[in-house]
Ligand binder design. Sequence first.
Ligand SMILES: Nc1ncnc2c1ncn2[C@@H]1O[C@H](COP(=O)(O)OP(=O)(O)OP(=O)(O)O)[C@@H](O)[C@H]1O
Length: 752
Amino acid sequence: MRGPKSRTARKQHRNNELQEIEVLNGWIESQKPESGSNPLSLDPLKSKSPIGRIVDAPNGVVSFSRYAGARKFHELPISKRTKNGLEEGGFKKMTDIQVASLPHALCGRDILGAAKTGSGKTLAFVIPVLEKLYRERWGPEDGVGTIIISPTRELAGQLFDVLKAVGKHHNFSAGLLIGGRKGVDTEKERVNELNILVCTPGRLLQHMDETPNFDCSQLQVLVLDEADRILDIGFKKTLNAIVSQLPKHRQTLLFSATQTKSVQDLARLSLKDPEYISVHQEAVTATPNGLQQTAMIVPLDQKLDMLWSFIKAHLRSKILVFLSSCKEVKFVFEAFKKLRPGIPLKCLHGRMNQEKRMGIYSQFCESHSVLFSTDVASRGLDFNKAVDWVVQVDCPEDVASYIHRVGRTARYLSGGRSVLFLMPSEMKMLEKLQAAKIPIQFVKANTKRLQSVSGLLSALLVKYPDMQHLAQRAFITYLRSIHIQKDKEVFDVMKLPVDEYSASLGLPMTPKVRFLKQKNKSKMESEKSSLESEISDDENGPVIRKEDLLVEDVKDNKVEKDLLLKDDTQDVGEGNTSEIGDIMPATRVLKKKKLKINVHRPVGTRVVFDEEGNTQTPFAMLADKKSGNILLDQDKKDEYYKKMRQELKQVDKEDKLLERQRLREKRIKKKMKLKKGQKEEEDDEEDEDDLSDSEGESDANRKRKRSKVYFHSDSDDGEREENKAVASINADSISVAEQEELALKLLYSMHS
Ligand SMILES: Nc1ncnc2c1ncn2[C@@H]1O[C@H](COP(=O)(O)OP(=O)(O)OP(=O)(O)O)[C@@H](O)[C@H]1O
């Protein structure tokens, strides 16, 4: 704030401010319970409890007097600087949450504030933050006095703007620390000079970890906006790490439309006798009064048709569309853009670069358009010009998520409308919403006006091959999003019409989904085992044992019978039929057989057949041609063994060469497979990030996590595989040598 120009005027101004601070501090003292009255234990909204009021004395000096039921900002015991900022921002009358929480927050209490979306919670913490530092006469040399944490970058940016506007007459330095921005090194240089940090959890922790001398030891106020989200499992580790580095003696303010009351959560933040202020708890509805909400059944394969038709019917509206993954957002945005619906389209998701994200956010604030978004836009955002419609194409994960999504419209005093597409299998969600005091009307979709886009999408995918990959990823990430949902009463991936859905995206074939295959398999297995146990458990009917069933099977099944008969635990090749013992898988049978052959016929031994096709002993060719007797002297034998050895060595060499070649090919194949797997893994990882859209993890953390995955698959497993290969080479060469030895011994014993 620019002060008066002359020196005396400046001095006078400073004195006035010191006096103001004294009065404000006096007011806070008077609010302490031990001062006799505890006006704040009453509900300021209902009881018109006496809170302090600052009044301007005729000499320009502020003074404090008792006042009942302040509803306007200028009646609050706050500084002139803040009042001026509020006035210039057009804020005069307080909203309910502001009336109820500001007196508590101003006198330093910990607050758990809950109020409907769009009801002005931001000012309920921005004002106390500014006031606390003002009363403490915080200066640049005091360092970080307040940290405001937001779950998303856009929301952090928005909070920063409100702080700048309301605090414009104060002299504090404030900084916006969010991930995805390039200037992290510049931030590191300046972060210690900042008094107020507005940040996402990941970036804050990054500074705590990496910035030399980063100091929060003087922290006065910690604010968590969208507190339930920040206390949620997704941010748990990051938040715990942050809190462990903050001083315990501080004021903590938590705000959200869906506040947590979990004692565990609150214990993590070491709150001191927090005031739970929930101004709309008694309200008939949990959502804003000006919001008209509808839900309708839309089968999965008609969702895009319905969305397209909806957009075409509302070309003059500002529409916010929620989808569950970045890939879906990308695909729908790209596809619809190419189909030109007649209204500007935009998309917002966590995998876009930060500048683009901020740009899209401000553009959507300014214009009539359709914004396709993930839940990254579901909390806190206050789009400047009112959003007309919130369309939830994919069902929100829970009631809280629904409340935040629809809360992007009907903010403060304005109205808005929302529509939720529910698949037949998700109807349970409607009950849950209604049970949570959400006045949602169930309507029937007007299928007469439904325009089909799947044909157009098929043509698009042919024309733009890149789109096919996008469609596939969208398909997979959607299924995965359903698969990982916690609420199994609502979400069941096995109930989805997968092929129809794939076709509705314009895909010529249904992509293979690994987890679906596994799920199907385990489902089949469990069905099989339950069937089997049903059979054996049936007390009334004949008891059929599993073994009996399998034997019957084997007798009837020719292929299996053949395999089982080849089981060389018995004599094989002599025409003997063996008794069936254990049932063995085909591969094992073949392996065993190979091993047996190797033992009896050493590698490199030529098999000689006589005219009837019978095999002859190796010495047969050396037999006396007339008598047929094999009569050999020692020299001949030695000569023969030498020749054999050489032959065996040669064959062994060739075998090793072949084996090495085979292994090399196998390794290459394996590597290719790994690379492909890695690519898939990368995609999957992207998809997972994609679903979470979280700012909780620092970039470094993410990189660490990824490199760990790569290390695992590239070198760890790769190495293990190589070792296995080496081991198998050794095993083979030993067995060849052994076989050689064995063969020679055998020959010796037979003929010496
Ligand atoms: N006292 C006030 N007078 C006039 N407008 C206000 C007042 N307080 C807040 N607003 C306006 O109301 C809108 C919603 O406020 P805010 O974003 O703080 O809501 P919120 O309760 O934090 O919502 P959400 O739960 O979605 O985060 C903003 O446009 C804000 O400028």
